[in-house]
Design a binder for this molecule. Structure first.
Ligand code: B1N
Length: 832
């Protein structure tokens, strides 16, 4: 690749692409009308809000792509080192509003849309979420590319372009029912297809050793698919920088089988295309569980191969020797899902580029770093050796060699420790043998990090204990998660954002969250406090409307809004929450009307999806809905207690729910939630946490101060003993918990027997998540919350102080730490 010398035409080209984005109404209107007529064939009579959205989105996209080009051309030209964030999930949500805010064109577009008869809010609502992720891990990836763009760091996300994202959740008869998320059935303005960026990816086949070499093989296979790139621009707020998420889509590299076609086998003729497409058809809807399916392994490999080929090709265009790859590229593995990138880079360096093992290994380990996101055993990726050997024979061979050299080193360091060799081996000696992907990722990376302080400590003492001994403690670091203030404050909470802007004096806090500290000075300002409260109330009214629209349930914005919104999982203990609601309902029923009228009215909001095959989680959803139905219909109870399950939780739903919480619950069994990120979002929006001493709750408590958080429950170091005890002894539920069980068993919420397995998981199944242990302190914590909420003055103080002290949890802080301590990259503002 040789850049050509610029001609006069090039200069004109550049003058166009460097031109400032036009902000005047006439130009914007022109471009919207152009797309309405020329891209979508509308006449004034046939414009609906769908097309008003599409046309304005395409008009914004034009401007973004111009900046996209500038950004990447600039980074190429100055030879900037880039970070590549490899993730099987990017939970982006909507882009239109985010882009308008970033380009500071929101008012302009609102004006132009108003002229043609549409409200911006309605037009925004036409966009479908890009839901290419399950939960926290995928949303974290989206926040991180947002921060990269906003902070002018050169870097891209890499992922898969699933045709069907996270399924849509319907609630039918109280049960979750999954419907496909056909998000690409309408035109998607936020992706740019790149047919010229396509790589072949091989599967199966056999190996031929290259004579005269030590580690070089030729991999011969007939099964070759094509991975084609689609680029999603990531608008940076307050910068001309535009980031990128490059997503791969799979197809066959041939046309179709002409022989079969000519023989009349039409289905067979396109069979290969169908088989290829399947690879990027669906996102696996598992959060914190490893499905272990062969298709998933093939997805992972397609992703890793295309990405590494692309990174190496881009590097080779610089003309530098391969030994300098780690000076130009840092690759971050978002959990183990992209770990095959390690043997894939080794394969490219050994087989395609002809490097020797030691040099290839040195380049590889200096390039990769690995983030672990969970300690749950059921989430640990392991692949059967026979499966890996059949699908990826070359990679299996490379993994064996990586393991061999690693174990030789361990043996030299700790001679005669057979147990250590067995425990630390990348290959687990089970039958069949399994490849432990977390170990491979650890051995192949120069840094391993956890996602909150407690989590990073735990992994050093558990899954990576032996690796700390062998590779030293310095390899294992902490990078506490963060969230993007653009989406999770400025975009989703305009009322509060206006107040912050007023206090700070300008909008600079959106890219520099340390400035929100200025709020502390206003905490005693009566007028300000009233406006703060009013902003929260406005958000609660907005959520009440959303609840009415999605569930038909009417709730009072004057009640305490108590929210638990996250994936449904036993370790997150939605069951404990609903059991406490049942107990509350029981207490209310026992009261005399006058006493009941003095109770603090509360709306308990649940939202979240269960993995399609996770039976227990689905029963929990059913129980929540069964309780909601009875409680909400009880005239004696009225507004004192409402229970709501908001269906189809998504990024967009979260943008409605998060700003409206008074308290939010993050109540995982201590030591099980690696970090959590919604805990940060809720507090950044002036909500208070009711939570366990787990994940990032701990650091949030340290930052905001213990007056500003309600902790309860046993501590992580106590869990093992409780679990051990409960394996051999039935728990004796305290009276409150027993009351809740009794109510269910009496049939208060319908057929008791459907819920018996949930009760049994506590009474007979060892109560692995320690509900019986934490329930009494949980009930006490609820009382403390109520008491505090009744003192509105103190509550507002807590809310303001919390937001003021949350700067640490900006993803900008997290990304800066990664950049400086792991990636060794620098911000480079784009200049001409
Ligand atoms: O990653 C988030 C953390 O804040 C959460 O605490 C953590 O639970 C979440 C397999 C996962 N860990 N592991 C997953 C997702 C999909 C999958 O197939 C595991 N998700 C988390 C961000 O650090």
């Amino acid at each position: 690749y040789q850049a050509k010398t610029p001609t006069r035409e090039d200069t004109e080209f550049r003058a166009y692409s460097h031109s400032e984005i036009a902000r005047d109404a006439a130009t914007i209107k022109n471009s919207v009308v152009m797309h309405l007529t020329a891209t979508f064939l509308r006449t004034p009579a046939s414009i609906d809000s769908t097309h008003a959205y599409l046309a304005s989105a395409f008009s914004v996209r034009d401007r973004l792509l111009q900046r996209w080009n500038l950004t990447n051309e600039f980074h190429d030209r100055i030879g900037a080192k880039r970070v590549y964030y490899m993730s099987l999930e990017f939970l982006v949500g909507r882009t239109f509003d985010n882009a308008l805010l970033a380009l500071q064109l929101r008012d302009e577009y609102a004006g132009v849309l108003g002229d043609v008869g549409f409200r911006l809010e309605d037009v925004i609502d036409e966009e479908r979420d890009a839901a290419l992720g399950n939960g926290g891990l995928g949303r974290l990836a989206a926040c991180y590319v947002d921060s990269l763009a906003c902070m002018n760091y050169p870097g891209w996300g890499y992922g898969l372009r699933y045709r069907y994202g996270m399924f849509q959740q319907q609630i039918i008869n109280g049960y979750q029912v999954e419907a496909p998320d056909c998000w690409l059935d309408t035109p998607n303005p936020w992706e740019f297809p790149r047919p010229d960026v396509t790589y072949p990816v091989k599967f199966y086949g056999r190996l031929e050793h290259v004579p005269g070499s030590a580690h070089r093989y030729r991999w011969v296979s007939d099964v070759v698919y094509d991975a084609m790139a689609f680029d999603m621009p990531v608008p940076g707020y307050g910068t001309t920088n535009v980031g990128n998420i490059r997503l791969w889509s799979c197809k066959t590299n041939g046309l179709f089988d002409l022989n079969k076609f000519n023989a009349g086998d039409y289905a067979g003729a396109t069979g290969g295309q169908v088989a290829a497409q399947i690879l990027t058809d669906v996102l696996y809807p598992n959060d914190n569980t490893n499905e272990g399916k062969e298709l998933r392994l093939r997805q992972e490999y397609l992703f890793c191969s295309a990405t590494l080929q692309d990174i190496v090709a881009r590097f080779k265009r610089t003309g530098r020797p391969l030994s300098e790859l780690p000076d130009m590229a840092a690759i971050q593995l978002n959990d183990t899902h992209p770990t095959l990138g390690i043997p894939e880079l080794m394969r490219i360096l050994l087989d395609d580029e002809g490097l020797e093992w030691d040099e290839a290994w040195d380049i590889t380990t200096r390039t990769f770093a690995f983030t672990n996101h969970t300690v749950l055993p059921e989430a640990m990726e392991k692949w059967p050796v026979p499966m890996m050997d059949r699908i990826l024979p070359r990679h299996m061979g490379i993994i064996y060699d990586i393991n061999l050299f690693f174990l030789q080193r361990v043996e030299k360091q700790f001679p005669d420790d057979r147990g250590l060799l067995r425990d630390i081996s990348i290959i687990e000696e089970s039958s069949p043998q399994q490849v432990r992907m977390a170990f491979l990722a650890c051995v192949g990376s120069h840094r391993v990090n956890g996602v909150a302080a407690i989590h990073s400590d735990i992994i050093k003492q558990s899954i990576f204990k032996d690796f700390v001994r062998v590779m030293g403690e310095d390899k294992f670091v902490n990078k506490t998660n963060g969230v993007a203030p653009r989406r999770w404050m400025n975009e989703c909470n305009p009322a509060m954002s206006e107040l912050i802007t007023e206090v700070v004096g300008d909008r600079s806090w959106i890219n520099d969250l340390s400035k929100v500290r200025a709020l502390e000075a206003r905490v005693d300002d009566e007028a300000f406090r009233r406006r703060w409260w009013a902003a929260k109330q406005a958000n609660k009214r907005r959520l009440a409307d959303y609840i009415l629209a999605t569930t038909g349930i009417r709730v009072s914005p004057d009640a305490l809004f108590d929210v638990q919104a996250k994936r449904i999982h036993e370790y997150k203990r939605q069951l404990m929450n609903i059991l406490s609601v049942i107990y509350r309902y029981h207490r209310l029923k026992e009261m005399a009307p006058a006493e009941r009228a003095r109770e603090l009215p509360r709306v308990v909001v649940f939202a979240g999806k269960a993995a399609a095959g996770y039976w227990v989680a689905k029963q929990v959803i059913k129980l929540i809905n069964a309780v909601a139905e009875v409680v909400n219909a009880d005239d004696e109870i009225g507004d004192v207690l409402k229970v709501v399950f908001v269906p189809d939780y998504s990024v967009t739903a979260a943008e409605h729910i998060v700003p409206a919480s008074d308290i939010s619950q993050h109540i995982s069994t201590a030591g099980t939630e690696a970090s959590g990120t919604s805990n940060m979002k809720f507090v950044l929006n002036g909500g208070i946490i009711l939570g366990t001493v787990d994940g990032a709750n701990i650091e949030i408590g340290e930052e905001v101060g213990e007056e500003q958080i309600f902790f309860f429950g046993c501590l992580a170091h106590e869990v093992a003993d409780f679990r051990h005890y409960l394996r051999f002894h039935q728990p004796k539920p305290d009276p409150a918990l027993q009351t809740a069980f009794d109510m269910i068993q009496r049939g208060t919420f319908g057929d008791a027997h459907i819920f018996q397995p949930l009760i049994d998981s506590i009474l007979r199944g060892g109560d692995v998540y320690l509900l019986s242990v934490d329930f009494p302190s949980y009930i006490e914590a609820h009382k403390a919350v109520e008491e505090a909420y009744r003192h509105r003055d103190d509550w507002v103080t807590k809310s303001i102080l919390s937001v003021a002290r949350m700067a640490k949890f900006s993803s900008d802080r997290a990304i800066q730490e990664y950049a400086e301590e792991i990636w060794n990259i620098e911000p480079v503002p784009v200049v001409e």
